[in-house]
Each structure stands twice: as C-alpha cells, then as structure tokens.
Design a protein around this ligand. Structure first.
Ligand code: ADP
Length: 612
C-alpha cells in the first residue's frame, strides 16, 4: 500500500512519496510551501516550521493522496504542545469544503484525541486526494515539527514515551516522598530546600514535556506561563539548596553571589513571565554549572558529604549541556538530549538523596557522640563534686588535727611549767612539719590538676640522687639500702619534670617509710628502663607489704592503710595515680604481707617531635 504526499498545483516545493511501511513520516517544512498573510509564497528551506511573525498565523500547504485500494487512517502529530493556536484545514476535493479540524487552545478533554500534543486524525478513502493547510500562530516556540503516524506506530511510540516519563516521574516522586519524610523527621532547613528543589524539578519537567497540561487541562493558555515559572523555580531552589547544603553563610562573598543570582533569576521571571527568548536556557546552564563548581570546590576543601552532591550536579551539568546544545545549536541531538536530560535529572536526584542520607548519618553520629559526651561530662561533674566534698571534708579534718594538738600543747604549757620548754617546742615543731607536709601535698594535687606542664629531658640519676638525699634522715633511721639500676642506653627521655619528681618521691618515700624493721637487710631497688616510646620504673622493696584487703584501696584519696601512718596525709599514691592517668601511663602494684612490695610504673616518652 502506498501513501503519497506530493507536489500539487505548483505550491509544494518538492514531491514526497511515502510508503506504508514507513509507519512514521516526519513532516518537515523542507517539503512544504509556506504562505504569508498576504498569500505570498515564502521560500522555506529549513527542517522545522517557523512562525516569523508571532502575532499572526503562518500557513503551510501540502497535498495528500491515497492511491491504494484500501482506506488509510493516520494521525498528524505536532511535537510541540505549547503552540498558541494551531489549525488544520482539509480541502476534500470531492466535497470542495474547507473544514477546521483542530485548534490547540481546545482544552484537553474536548480534543478529538485526548493527548497533550495536538493530534489530528485523518482518513483517506481509496483514491481520495486532499489539500491540507496548517495554520500556525505562536509567540514562544522557536521551531515546530509534525509527523504522520500509523495508528499502531502512534500507540507504540507514545506508550513508550509515557513509560519513559512514568519511570522518570516514579523515581523523582519517590525521591520527593523520601525527602518529605526527612523534612518531617528532622525538621532541617537543608532538607526543606531539597524537598522544594525536587518539587521544582517535577514542576519544571512536567511543563517541559507537557504532562503538566493534564493538571490544567481546562486552561491550556496557562501552559506558557507555568513553563516559565517552573524553570525559574528549578533554578532558584537549586541555588537555595546548594547554599544550604554547603553551609554557605549570607555574609560570605559566595553567599552574596548566590543571593544575587537568586534575586536576578526571580526578577527576570517576573518581568519576563512570557519568555520567548533563549536567555532562560543560558541562565539555567550557568546556574547549574555554577552550583556544580562550588560543590566540587567545597568537596575538595572540606571533603565530607559534598561528594554525592558534586556527583549529582556533574551528572545534571552534563545532561543539561547536551540538552542545551540540542535546543540551541545542534538540532540533530534533539531526541538524545530530550531523554538524556530526564534520566540525568533522575540520576542526579538519586545521588542528591544519597548526599542527604550521608549528611544525616553524619548529623546523627555527631548528635550521638554529643549526648555521650554530655552524659560523660555530667558523670565527671558528679564525680568531681563528690571528690571535692570529700577533699574539703578530709582536708579540714586533717588540718584541724595538728592544730588541735598544737592548741593542747600550748594550754598544757600554760598550766604546767614542769615540762621542759625544749620538749614542748619539739612537739609543736613536729606538728607544724606535718601540717606543712600536708599543705605541700595539697599544693601538688592542685598543680597537677591545673595542667601546667614543662616537658624536659629527664636526668634519671640526678633526680634519684636529689630525692634520696632529701630523704636521707628517713633512710638512715629506717636502715634501708637504696640502689638504682638505670638502663641508660637511651638517654633522650622527655617528661614533665615536676610530675616525674612527685611520682618518684612518693613511691620512694613509702618504700622507706614502710620498711620492715624486723629485717636487717631492708632494701629498695629502683630499676629504670627507658625506651623510645616510654620509661618503665620499678620500685622493689622488702618492706612490711600490703594486706590483700587493703591493696585495692591504696590509691584512694586520703587513704591510710597503716596504723603507723597516722601522721601521713594519705595523698601520696592518690597523687601518683593522678599523674599516671593524666599522662596515659600505667601503674601496677604487687605486694605480699611481710615479704615486700613492687610498684611498676610506665610513663610515655614526650619527646618534643611527638608532642601533641
Ligand atoms: P600515706 O600518706 O599513708 O603513705 P599513700 O597514699 O602514700 O598514703 O599510701 C596509702 C597506703 O598504702 C599507705 O598508708 C600504706 O598502708 C600503703 N603503702 C603504700 N606504699 C607501701 C609500701 N611500699 N609498702 C607497704 N605499704 C605501702
């Protein structure tokens, strides 16, 4: 069967022969004669139909003839759904009548074929010949294409198209619902902008492909304005969202540029509500590229979750660029550009959703660690308050003890002058010395807690000598032999000297103080093993040892485990532990009653290049 479209009465520029099996025949204006309003024939050698004067009709003529013996049913489809007015006049030669078949401003529901694009059914009986005149009036469209479809081709083509749209809208509506859930759950400004941006994208795409017409089926004349608005919404929300996602502040230079772009785009759409220029395309391309570049920049600067955001925008940029070129410069890319952009948007939406998920993972982790830190801090405050109360109670109690004794001695001296003055003064001096000791220890606690460190190269032997000399009287009275064995192969051990001395003094003093007087070979062996990373100090004595039930308590504040240690402060080992913990070292004690005690202390090496 042959379906022939040919030159007729001299006003068609060339003959086109259409074969039945073609299924779809593109009606491009190369084959048509165009006629202006005065009836002048205008040479029109372009692929697309154009309306040079947007306010009045432009006409195109051609003839159809069915030379077959079968009736032919076809539909003429306009690829442009936003033509202001579109008419087709069929001049049936048998009847000699002009018949208006279609006007595009007819609401969707009243159309012959309910389709978003103008679709005109044509029937040609065998041998029938018809002159067709297309009347076009449009202010916005820059080019129009028409095609003749067989019914089956029409059905397949638009079914497939609807399916592609369906998949696209399915994805993007899912993304929209997902972001809506996020908005409801997190009440976060960034997601709100993402939700609005997605909504803007749906709005934009619907009025780009005409599906939006079904929503306003009673008002096809709104299509142009809505299309214009949808494109502005898309750009403005993209800017808002990018700004919010990347945390760009209004005060920053970039923030000001983004705000300026938002204002320019908004003002433009208000002024150019019916935009018949290509400026919108340039603006869209610019805004997408701009957002992509600042996201990539943010990714390289801060890393974090901007990776998916950047990827999403790169996909959007590439696909929009192909679409942009297909519309403005390379019409042959049209088909690819059209759907590529759709799936670019879908893919971009999915990547942007991943960006949101990543962002919220981050926020939740931060929130969780914040609550954890808060609980930890609260606990610490509680512990510290308890510690402080105990500290104040014990300190005042322990200071009062010697003071009361001094008061007692003074009263005794007043009433009893038989006691030698020397003896009384000695007693007072002893009490004063113990008070001084106490205050010294309290002072050390405060100093350690106040974090004033002075990292120095530690001279183990010198410090050992100085401290043993300090306790020489005690060493003598307790008859203890003190030895030092220092593995000094590594000499560059650094630590806070004050802390080191306090530890050393306290452990050494205890070992001497708690020497077993029943033994005549009392000793304290100190072994120091420094390494690149730390130092291990071992204090091994053969003193009275610590009973098992006391051992777990010796590091507690004000704990005195020995009846002989009444005069002591009970702060020594507490201070030692405090320092060891502060420097993230370790302390271990092994003790056996009547056999002896070994303290093993490990302290990190704070070599200057390792500080921090
Ligand atoms: P104190 O001021 O009473 O010495 P410390 O905190 O220094 O307080 O020590 C707590 C307790 O641990 C001591 O009272 C003592 O019973 C026990 N202790 C510490 N070191 C030794 C040791 N080398 N030998 C035996 N007992 C010790």
């Amino acid at each position: 069967m042959l379906f022939i479209l040919f030159s007729y009465r001299g006003y068609s520029s060339s003959v086109v022969t259409l074969k039945e099996q073609d299924g779809v025949v593109l009606l491009d204006s190369n084959y048509f004669e165009s006629i202006d309003n005065q009836g002048h024939i205008i040479p029109n050698k372009t692929l697309f139909f154009f309306t040079p004067n947007e306010t009045s009709f432009f006409k195109y003529r051609f003839t159809l003839e069915n030379k077959t013996k079968e009736p032919i049913n076809r539909v003429v489809v306009s690829y442009n759904y936003t033509i202001d007015e579109f008419r087709m006049y069929f001049n049936y030669s048998q009847q000699g009548l002009d018949t208006l078949i279609f006007t595009n401003t007819i609401p969707l529901k009243d159309r012959y074929v309910h389709h978003k694009q103008p679709v005109i059914p044509i029937t040609l009986e065998p041998g029938e010949k018809v002159d067709v005149e297309i009347w076009l009036r449009n202010e916005s469209a820059y080019q129009y294409t028409f095609a003749l479809y067989s019914y089956s081709e029409f059905f397949t083509h638009f079914m497939l198209e609807n399916m592609y749209f369906g998949i696209f809208y399915g994805i993007i509506v899912f993304v929209l619902l997902f972001s809506l859930f996020y908005v409801a759950y997190f009440r976060d400004q960034v997601v709100l902008f993402y939700f609005l941006f997605t909504l803007g994208q749906i709005f934009h795409m619907m009025f780009r492909d005409g599906t939006g017409l079904y929503i306003i089926s009673e008002h096809p004349e709104w299509a142009e304005i809505l299309k214009s608005l949808s494109r502005a919404t898309f750009s403005v929300f993209l800017l808002f969202y990018t700004k919010a996602f990347l945390g760009v502040s209004n005060q920053s230079k970039l923030g000001k540029i983004i705000n300026a772009l938002i204002i320019i785009r908004t003002v433009y759409v208000i002024i150019m509500l019916m935009d018949y220029t290509n400026i919108t395309f340039h603006m869209e391309m610019f805004i997408i590229l701009f957002c992509t570049l600042i996201s990539i920049r943010s990714y390289f600067r801060t890393g974090r979750d901007a990776i998916f955001m950047s990827l999403g925008l790169v996909v959007l940029s590439i696909t929009y660029f192909v679409y942009y070129c297909s519309v403005l410069f390379i019409p042959t890319w049209g088909k690819v550009g059209f759907f590529l952009f759709y799936y670019g948007v879908a893919f971009e939406s999915v990547l942007m959703t991943l960006a949101l998920i990543e962002r919220f993972k981050q926020i939740q982790i931060e929130a969780m660690s914040r609550t954890e830190t808060n609980t930890m801090l609260e606990q610490k405050v509680e512990e510290r308050t308890e510690e402080l109360n105990l500290f104040l109670y014990s300190a005042s109690h322990d200071i009062r003890g010697p003071l009361k004794s001094i008061e007692g001695i003074c009263k005794l001296a007043k009433v009893d002058d038989t006691i030698p003055k020397e003896q009384l003064l000695d007693m007072i001096l002893k009490k004063v010395a113990s008070l001084e000791n106490y205050v010294k220890d309290l002072n050390a606690v405060t100093k350690i807690k106040s974090n004033t460190n002075q990292i120095k190269l530690i001279d183990f032997e010198r410090i050992h000598q100085q401290i043993t000399e300090q306790f020489s009287t005690l060493v003598k009275s307790q008859n203890v032999s003190v030895t030092l064995h220092c593995h000094s192969s590594i000499s560059n051990y650094y630590f806070d000297e004050f802390s080191y001395r306090i530890i050393y003094q306290n452990v050494l003093e205890n070992a001497i103080k708690y020497a077993d007087k029943e033994k005549n070979n009392s000793f304290l062996h100190v072994t120091i093993k420094p390494s690149m990373d730390d130092v291990t100090i071992v204090f091994e004595d053969n003193g009275i040892g610590i009973p098992d039930n006391i051992l777990p308590k010796i590091f507690l504040m004000f704990y005195r485990g020995n009846e002989n240690s009444r005069e002591d402060t009970g702060l020594g080992l507490y201070i030692v532990k405090l320092i060891v913990e502060k420097w993230k070292g370790s302390i271990k004690v092994d003790s056996k009653l009547k056999v002896g005690t070994t303290f093993t202390i490990v302290l990190p090496n704070k070599r200057p290049n390792r500080l921090g």
